[in-house]
Design a protein around this ligand. Structure first.
Ligand SMILES: C[S@@+](CC[C@H](N)C(=O)[O-])C[C@H]1O[C@@H](n2cnc3c(N)ncnc32)[C@H](O)[C@@H]1O
Length: 249
């Protein structure tokens, strides 16, 4: 297993997360997740279904699911889980690596949303999918949603946004790059211009995230190798991801 990367946004800059990626950004995607879980596992007993998000970060996606399911958030960064505990007091939290985490009880649905981008090798993806399979009920489902696949990736894509609270004003730019055309990686370069409004101090911070980039057939093959029947969901214009469901045979 490769060493987990240390991304500043999830550690020393984690205080920016609630401002930069607020829960409202997750509405369209969590509507789809809710729909898929309900369709696959039955609409009647929703609140009793045990649902885990691996790499749940600040719990912004779980904010929209927590009242429908019995939710658990897993993340390798306790700085991120700190936000999740404040936002979602009814969600259980486990600070652990998604490749090896275990649960006291089997889960009905395991979600790996934007955090799956941080698995950079096939071996790490397979370890995570196999571990998820071990932690599911016999009728459970796995949902994975990489932000980019080789098919959807466009090197050089860039976006700038600005967000303010009563304490902070942050302008930040995100650019995705593909330094080596022959490997399975892409880089996300982030630059934050931060003003602390109480004392007027400013700083510029930079952060580079190394992420995995794999074609759709490779995702499907890895799901099969881990014992799932892979199902590719149709893209919707509102969701920025490629969604796969891993069904158990
Ligand atoms: C984009 S953030 C997730 C945001 C989250 N979906 C939310 O709603 O707030 C990605 C998260 O993946 C976590 N992560 C990366 N690698 C991980 C691993 N191997 N195991 C568990 N968490 C991991 C990071 O710590 C980070 O919090």
């Amino acid at each position: 297993m490769s060493k987990p990367t240390h991304n500043r946004l999830y550690h020393d800059l984690a205080y920016l997360w609630p401002l930069l990626s607020p829960p409202d950004n997750y509405i369209a995607e969590t509507n789809t997740l809710h729909q898929v879980i309900s369709d696959k596992l039955g609409k009647q007993s929703n609140s009793n279904l045990q649902v885990v998000e691996l790499g749940a970060g600040g719990g912004h996606a779980l904010f929209h699911l927590r009242d429908h399911f019995d939710c658990t958030a897993v993340d390798i960064s306790d700085d991120m889980l700190h936000h999740c505990r404040i936002l979602n007091p009814n969600v259980k939290t486990i600070c652990a690596d998604m490749r090896t985490v275990t649960f006291p009880e089997p889960q009905d649905a395991i979600l790996i949303h934007d955090a799956i981008d941080y698995l950079t090798t096939e071996a790490d993806i397979l370890a995570t999918l196999q571990n998820a399979r071990k932690n599911l009920t016999p009728t459970g489902i796995l949902i994975i949603a990489p932000t980019y696949t080789t098919e959807s990736f466009e090197a050089g894509e860039s976006a700038t946004d600005r967000q303010s609270s009563h304490e902070l004003d942050v302008t930040y730019t995100t650019t995705v790059l593909k330094p080596d055309p022959d490997d399975d990686l892409f880089e996300m370069h982030l630059e934050y211009h931060i003003t602390h409004l109480k004392d007027g101090s400013t700083s510029v911070e930079r952060d580079i995230h190394t992420c995995g980039l794999f074609p759709i057939p490779r995702w499907a093959s890895l799901l099969s190798q881990a014992g799932f029947e892979p199902e590719l969901y149709e893209e919707s214009e509102e969701t920025a991801w490629t969604l796969f469901v891993g069904n158990l045979p």
